[in-house]
Ligand binder design. Structure first.
Ligand SMILES: [Zn+2]
Length: 298
């Protein structure tokens, strides 16, 4: 049996894949426990293979997370200790790359960008039917693209005016505060917009259009698929704003179709499962820790 896992900044999903998804668990991602111990403590059936989609950035050759803006311990070993304890192959992939793979399978679109709007922002990219990975599995950390160099908003990574600093769920209250409006959560941020706050609507709209047009210019996708927890709650608002993408003056490529994720919040979980079944060669060949016999937990 295959256990697929999606570790996000706030939530972790775990599910057994047989012919279909079974035994889905939704857990809170811990802040005070190494992630591999947390995963190990929640495995309660006998599994042959584990495939993990996780927030990054990653060094996929070593199966670990580095420089993560959402974890108190920014650098964490993940795949190797689990493999050592369980004696089973443990695959790892960036969560948004996994999400892109699942949506590519669902939509059959050969040139696709997947964007997860959640605690932060994840981006996964398929170009010409090929999953982009990069040297360490981070070919698409596009949430950390600079949208506003003069912004006072500092991203979790330390960068100024990054897309995630403006549009990441955790940062929406700061975006409101920088425009003189106090809200204490992303939910309140959207309530203000729905109540008719024109200032918040226009800063959110401009940041979203700027971000999606930059993504379009970078990858020339046929489809941009949107998902993630924050998007799922406010789908209509995002989709309505992006209907105007064709009129945004910063877009130089043919405008892509904007679609909601077919797997909803579970794109990364399904993607982790599909990847472990498909095993694209260029991905597996990067997971060099799989070949290591003697492992150290340092
Ligand atoms: Zn950043």
């Amino acid at each position: 049996m295959l256990l697929a896992i999606d570790i996000g900044g706030t939530k972790t999903f775990m599910g057994i894949f047989d012919t279909e998804l079974k035994s889905l668990k939704k857990l809170r991602t811990p802040k005070d426990l190494p992630l591999w111990k947390f995963i190990l403590g929640n495995i309660d059936s006998d599994v042959d293979t584990i495939s993990i989609a996780t927030m990054g950035p990653l060094v996929i050759s070593e199966g670990k997370i580095i420089n993560n803006p959402h974890l108190p311990t920014k650098n964490q070993e993940l795949a190797r200790p689990l493999m050592e304890v369980l004696g089973r192959p443990v695959y790892i992939i960036n969560d948004a790359s996994a999400g892109a793979w699942a949506e590519y399978k669902a939509y059959g679109c050969q040139d696709l960008v997947y964007v997860a709007f959640g605690t932060g922002i994840g981006v996964g990219v398929i170009v010409d039917g090929h999953l982009l990975l990069g040297k360490d599995g981070n070919a698409h950390e596009f949430g950390h693209v600079t949208l506003d160099l003069n912004s006072s908003l500092i991203c979790g990574c330390g960068g100024k005016g990054h897309a995630e600093a403006l549009l990441g769920g955790n940062n929406l209250p700061k975006l409101a505060a920088s425009n003189g409006i106090e809200v204490d959560s992303s939910a309140k941020f959207f309530e203000e917009i729905y109540a008719g706050n024109k200032t918040l609507y226009s800063v959110f709209r401009d940041a979203l259009l700027s971000f999606i047009s930059s993504l379009s210019n970078a990858y020339d996708p046929e489809c941009i698929v949107l998902g993630g927890g924050v998007f799922e709650k406010h789908k209509e608002l995002y989709m309505n704003i992006l209907r105007h993408l064709n009129r945004y003056e910063g877009i130089v490529v043919r405008v892509p179709k904007i679609k909601p994720a077919k797997f909803g919040e579970l794109s990364a979980l399904y993607g982790a499962a599909f990847l472990a079944v498909d095993k694209p060669k260029h991905w597996i060949s990067k997971l060099t820790y799989l070949k290591t016999n003697s492992l150290s937990l340092d």
